[in-house]
Design a protein around this ligand. Structure first.
Ligand SMILES: [Zn+2]
Length: 454
């Protein structure tokens, strides 16, 4: 149990409980200071502002911010191609750097992101907000079931756990069975991984004859996939482990998880003293209101943005809905409703309908007769797009009942995604192994085989 009985507290109460007007004042003051600094010190941003014909010194308010151009990963890629290895968007040089991270891309070569010692300390500070909210504290023993590589997530969380006084158990480079044993041997109270791995590890424990709900685990902490905010997946993890399941959100460009669920588990809080989040309509590019779906655009106003990796109007390509309703936990920040709804890059247009992987996943997760292992293939054998959804049956579910199950799943999917699809029930173990080593399997399970995807 965490120091507060696993209940979760506030790491930085003054910063997490400002009034809306105080958040706006704080964000605008930091924004002006950031733009002033970038105008003086960043060739990348000076170029961006000049190309867009905007004078950043005239930007005083959050409304003014919208006059600035958006930036994205492609800008970073171009910059690093032209000025290898780091490009010209960092404020820290290799000589002054402390920690290098890589970001996976589709083109093979990872993008590089560098932290200074001060910005790296900020990363662990910000993780401390998330971990404290999720009940991790001085008496927590946290299993990290992942190899640490150039992916920033586990490193940041690791140092965050140290900061809140917990113990980390690095458990990379070993088997899932061994990780289950480590939970029991070391009395681990929490673990951090993707939601799909939490289910896989729980099912592995069951195969070993261990009920995961009887282990000391009280909290499971997730990121990198939408699952932990999908109610059915969250419920499944919570029932399996007899623990609370928490979602977090980060990107290597942001450095840390900057949205996190509190003990209420009612949507991720945005860390508004450290980041400005705009929500804009994906097509009109105009701001959307609370309750409407929009792309999140980030502007970094924490130490990392000022010292190492500034982001101004950086496109997340993630779609989400926010609320300003107060949360019973006492935090006053805006929150997401229902996690990340979809990724603009992952939208598949099928017969004119936008299709997101989470829509399929959340429907399948409602069926106890199914495992969480699935895969969907979009194809165009002749004129018309087809979708075939394959999903593993739960171990032990009788084969003679598969035809009936197939029909029920097809019906549920058709009403959830507004598209008819073919459903194929697969034997347990057929699909899962293909995704065992995939970093963000939840986003990769929708495969498009069409020559012309739109
Ligand atoms: Zn809350």
């Amino acid at each position: 149990m965490g120091s507060n009985g696993g209940k979760g507290g506030l790491w930085n109460r003054p910063a997490e409980t400002l009034s809306r007007a105080e958040y706006v004042r704080l964000q605008e003051a930091k924004l002006r200071a950031l733009l002033d600094k970038l105008n003086r010190e960043s060739p990348f941003y000076r170029r961006k502002f000049k190309e867009a014909g905007v004078d950043p010194t005239g930007v005083r308010t959050l409304d003014d911010l919208r006059r600035l151009p958006t930036t994205d990963k492609e800008d970073h890629r171009h910059s690093q191609l032209e000025k290898p290895p780091l490009g010209d968007f960092h404020l820290v040089s290799l000589q002054n750097g402390a920690k290098l991270h890589g970001s996976g891309g589709t083109t093979g070569k990872p993008l590089l992101y560098l932290d200074s010692l001060r910005s790296w300390n900020w990363v662990s500070e910000v993780w401390a907000y998330c971990l404290t909210a999720q009940g991790v504290g001085p008496s927590s023993v946290v299993l990290m079931p992942s190899g640490y590589n150039m992916f920033i997530g586990f490193w940041g969380a690791h140092h965050g756990i140290e900061k809140v006084g917990g113990i980390t158990v690095p458990a990379g480079a070993t088997s899932t069975e061994r990780r289950v044993e480590m939970i029991l041997e070391f009395g681990c109270t929490n673990f951090i991984c993707t939601p799909s791995y939490a289910i896989h590890m729980g099912e592995t424990a069951q195969k070993m004859g261990i009920d995961p709900a009887t282990t000391p685990i009280v909290g499971t902490h997730h990121a990198a996939e939408p699952g932990a905010s999908i109610p059915a997946t969250k419920r499944r993890i919570e029932q399996l482990w007899g623990a609370k399941c928490y979602d977090n959100y980060g990107m290597v460009e942001l450095g840390s998880s900057i949205m996190y669920e509190c003990g209420e588990r009612s949507g991720m809080h945005i860390m508004e003293d450290q980041i400005i989040a705009e929500f804009i309509h994906p097509e009109t590019r105009q701001p959307v209101k609370a309750g409407e779906e929009g792309e999140i655009i980030w502007t970094s106003i924490g130490v990392r943005g000022f010292e190492a990796l500034p982001l101004v109007r950086y496109r997340s390509k993630d779609l989400a809905v926010y609320t300003e309703e107060p949360c019973p936990c006492g935090r006053t920040t805006r929150r997401l409703v229902g996690g990340i709804r979809g990724k603009l890059d992952d939208i598949k247009k099928v017969r004119g309908v936008n299709l997101f992987p989470p829509a399929i996943e959340s429907t399948l997760a409602r069926f106890e007769e199914l495992s969480h292992e699935w895969e969907a293939v979009i194809d165009r054998p002749r004129e018309l797009d087809t979708i075939t959804v394959s999903v593993e049956a739960s171990p032990g579910y009788p084969r003679e009942r598969w035809p009936d199950l197939t029909e029920r799943v097809a019906k549920a999917l058709a009403s959830a995604i507004m598209l008819s699809c073919e459903v194929r029930i697969a034997p347990p173990g057929e699909i899962g192994p293909r995704y065992a080593n995939v970093l963000k399997p939840g986003w990769k399970r929708l495969i498009d085989k069409r020559d012309v995807p739109f």
